[in-house]
Design a protein around this ligand. Structure first.
Ligand SMILES: *Cc1c(COP(=O)(O)O)cnc(C)c1O
Length: 403
């Protein structure tokens, strides 16, 4: 049995009430909650060894540098990267994607093609549009099916020797559907294109193996994996990170500077200009360690039980429709009849239930279904079936008010 009660005790926030009701937190796809070990790691940093890294000979600076580099190694092991210096600390997924997009600005030529999927988060659409505008490259879109899957035959037809880059999320944040990224990567490589996978939504549920995937770039945010906000990851294969120009100029990313010429530092420092989020990086490592202690197989199995239970219970409600119905993680995106998702979300909050309503930064998906948005309940490994019962009862109450 999955020790959910023991796990819940690790998360102090789960004890609080909202509007006089026990908090039911089902907005995990927007950000996850933080276990005490991660909070303790943050406090420990500021209480005991707060210092700038890599620069000082003094003890505090060395301690901070060691912990920060240990966190990088933890990330390397978690994602099974070949080298620790292929793990670049960023401020989050959006930052990571922009770094790659900006780097490709000097590698793409007019007429090159960039392929993105129809299931992307806005942070995975806008940087590529900007890149294409700047370089004259052409943006192509892999269309989606009604069940939330991608049209893989069309993808095959879009690929050609003109394809320079392919971008796709591992798991859609709006629908929770899992994309066939291995197939997407292999097919792109057959035409010599590079692939960036947005793992922001996948990493809370599965442990990606970047070498087995043979992916060129993989990005994630700590705050969706029990870590703090403001820190994330850019994994890049060494050969690609060496090919890309630096993103920002500043301290830490240079080897020598004169007014005539600057030579850049090696990896990972080339991409880590300025003082990074030191505490955040260390806490990111603590969060990854915490989740690995529980085990991603156990997490996935338990979350699947929650998904099946929640799906069955919600579908008992008349007029309830779920979007994204194939091969999913524990995210349920739904509407009830014509009731506006915002109206239901507001009532749910009054009853202590936190869900996300709206377009989930994925407006093209909402346009595809011709809906203004959805109600998205996203479950984490610290949620319970009892909480799902509370959600279902609350949705019923809300619907009764509006229908
Ligand atoms: C959350 C999310 C992002 C953006 O992550 P930030 O941490 O806000 O930068 C990008 N893509 C997907 C799939 C996401 O779920």
């Amino acid at each position: 049995m999955f020790p959910v009660e023991k796990i819940r005790a690790d998360f102090p926030i789960l004890q609080r009430t909202v509007n006089g009701k026990p908090l039911v937190y089902f907005d995990n796809a927007a950000t996850s909650q933080t276990p005490q070990v991660v909070i303790d790691t943050i406090v420990d940093y500021y209480q005991n060894y707060n210092a700038n890294i890599h620069r000082g000979v003094h003890t505090l600076s060395q301690e901070a540098t060691d912990k920060y580099e240990q966190a990088r190694i933890l990330l390397q092991q978690h994602f099974n990267a070949e080298h620790a210096y292929e793990m670049i600390f960023t401020s989050g997924t959006t930052h990571s994607i922009n770094m790659v997009a900006s780097g490709f600005g000097s590698l793409l030529n007019k007429g090159d093609e960039v392929i993105v999927s129809a299931l992307e988060h806005h942070s995975n659409i806008v940087p590529w549009q900007m890149l294409c505008e700047k370089t004259g490259a052409v943006l192509k879109v892999i269309p989606m099916n009604l069940d939330g899957s991608l049209q893989m035959d069309t993808y095959q037809n879009l690929l050609s020797e003109k394809t320079a880059l392919v971008f796709c999320n591992h798991i859609s944040n709006a629908l929770g559907t899992i994309n066939p990224i291995k197939e997407i990567i292999d097919k792109a490589h057959q035409v010599g294109a590079a692939v960036l996978i947005d793992g922001a939504q996948a990493c809370p549920h599965i442990k990606p193996d970047v070498q087995a995937l043979d992916v060129d770039f993989y990005v994630a945010s700590a705050h969706k994996i029990c870590g703090p906000t403001g820190v994330g990851l850019l994994y890049g294969k060494q050969e690609w990170l060496e090919k890309l120009p630096p993103y920002q100029g500043g301290g830490e990313m240079i080897e020598t500077v004169t007014f005539e010429k600057t030579t850049y530092a090696g990896l990972p420092h080339k991409f880590e200009a300025g003082t990074p989020n030191i505490c955040g990086g260390i806490a990111f490592g603590a969060a990854i360690a915490y989740m690995n202690n529980i085990g991603f197989d156990a997490i996935a199995k338990y979350e699947n039980e929650l998904l099946d239970y929640g799906t069955a219970k919600l579908l008992e409600i008349d007029g309830l429709q779920i979007y994204g119905t194939t091969n999913k993680t524990s995210v349920i995106s739904f509407n009830v009849d014509e009731v506006h998702p915002y109206d239901i979300g507001t009532i749910l909050d009054k009853l202590g239930v936190a869900v996300r309503t709206g377009h989930h930064c994925a407006q093209p998906i909402m346009d595809f279904y011709q809906i203004p948005g959805t109600i998205r309940a996203s479950f984490a490994f610290y949620n319970t079936k009892e909480e799902i019962d509370i959600l279902v009862a609350a949705v019923k109450r809300a619907v009764a008010m509006f229908v």
